[in-house]
Design a protein around this ligand. Structure first.
Ligand code: KG4
Ligand code: ZN
Length: 334
């Protein structure tokens, strides 16, 4: 079956065509228009600007995805679109576009949970046999899921305040780095000493599978008020020590979740999954705990249409199509 996936939940307008069936899947195209430059000036995503840019870009991005996949609109078998969670205005652009396209092509439509997209993205590379524990860490969300099969996942824990990516971006802003700052902190940290500063790790109690990053952010702010904004070697040390605190919290809870559920595999997803230290630490500690660690290619970590097409296919197979009265749901919980 040929699936068109559309993603507009935050600051990426994305569309992709995926050929998918019992035997596996093959990507035919994957087009992403990032709004990063548009929002950089404001140090974060401005919802109204995001909606307007999605509106201007969504049809050209869909056209380009179909063209690269050598696919006509009527050759699409299923239209999959992110229905939530995300920014309501941004989501509405994708949902209304997908509804119009599905109606005009006379083909089924399915609404997809954005976090399911991230949790299943690992299946697009070398794959991961079910069941596995998925750690999804992005700019808007940070959560752990027990993924037991296609379209079957149970939440195990989530952040009580900031998302991990949000912490990277806000700390980056304090350090004078451009939004989004995750990749820049990752780069700067490579030359730094992660043990130089012992920044706090929240909620370390054994039973908790939740996260919290607001205390860490406050600790950074206090550090900068006392010592000033660092430069050069010192900047690298602060970045490395901050990054270590985030990655330590994420990996500790991911390994704990796998052990609590008796799972032997753990997978990553979401924009923060592109972080080099997070990847290395999960491999190191996961393997030490006897777990198989699955890491998606960085291009599948950040928001894209291919993961939405795959999660849409899973959902369609299990629950059938949604009606054309489908609506966006900004706070859709699994
Ligand atoms: O999944 P994503 O593309 O969009 C959301 O759904 O939020 O994630 C974007 C987030 C941003 O906060 C960005 O700073 C972070 O992922 N990010 C990183 C890295 N690359 C992107 N964080 C840490 N290290 C990276 N290498
Ligand atoms: Zn995302």
């Amino acid at each position: 079956m040929r699936v068109l996936g559309i993603e507009t939940s935050c600051d990426e307008t994305a569309a992709a065509v995926l050929e998918v069936g019992e035997a596996g899947q093959a990507g035919r195209s994957d087009v992403v228009h990032s709004q990063v430059k548009l929002h950089a000036l404001y140090g974060g995503v401005v919802p109204e600007l995001a909606s307007r840019d999605h509106l201007a870009r969504v049809l050209p991005v869909v056209d380009e995805a179909l063209r690269r996949a050598d696919t006509a609109l009527f050759e699409v078998d299923l239209f999959a679109v992110t229905r939530g969670p995300g920014l309501i205005g941004a989501l509405l652009v994708g949902v209304q576009t997908a509804k119009a396209l599905a109606w005009s092509a006379g083909r089924p439509l399915v609404g997809v949970n954005h976090l399911a997209g991230h949790a299943f993205a690992i299946q697009l590379g070398e794959g991961a046999a079910f069941p596995y524990v998925a750690l999804v860490a992005s700019g808007g969300h940070t959560a752990l899921y027990d993924v037991t099969g296609p379209d079957a996942m149970e939440p195990l824990g989530h952040t009580l305040d900031d998302a991990a990516g949000e912490a990277f971006d806000k700390v980056g802003k304090m350090l004078g780095l451009e939004y989004p700052a995750g990749a820049a902190i990752d780069r700067l940290a490579r030359d730094g000493d992660p043990k130089r500063y012992a920044f706090p790790r929240a909620l370390r109690q054994r039973t908790s599978l939740d996260f919290s990053f607001s205390g860490l952010k406050t600790a950074l702010l206090a550090h900068l008020s006392k010592h000033g904004v660092p430069k050069e070697r010192e900047l690298s040390d602060v970045c490395a020590s901050f990054q270590e605190a985030v990655c330590d919290s994420l990996v500790t809870k991911a390994v704990r979740a796998a052990e609590a559920r008796g799972r032997t595999r753990v997978a990553l997803g979401g924009g923060v999954a592109a972080n080099s230290r997070l990847r290395a630490l999960l491999v190191e500690r996961g393997r030490a705990a006897g777990l198989e660690v699955r890491l998606p290619a960085p291009s599948l970590c950040t928001d894209n249409g291919t993961m939405i097409a795959l999660a849409g296919y899973y959902r369609f197979r299990r629950q059938g199509a949604d009606s054309l009265s489908l609506n966006a749901d900004a706070s859709w919980r699994l």
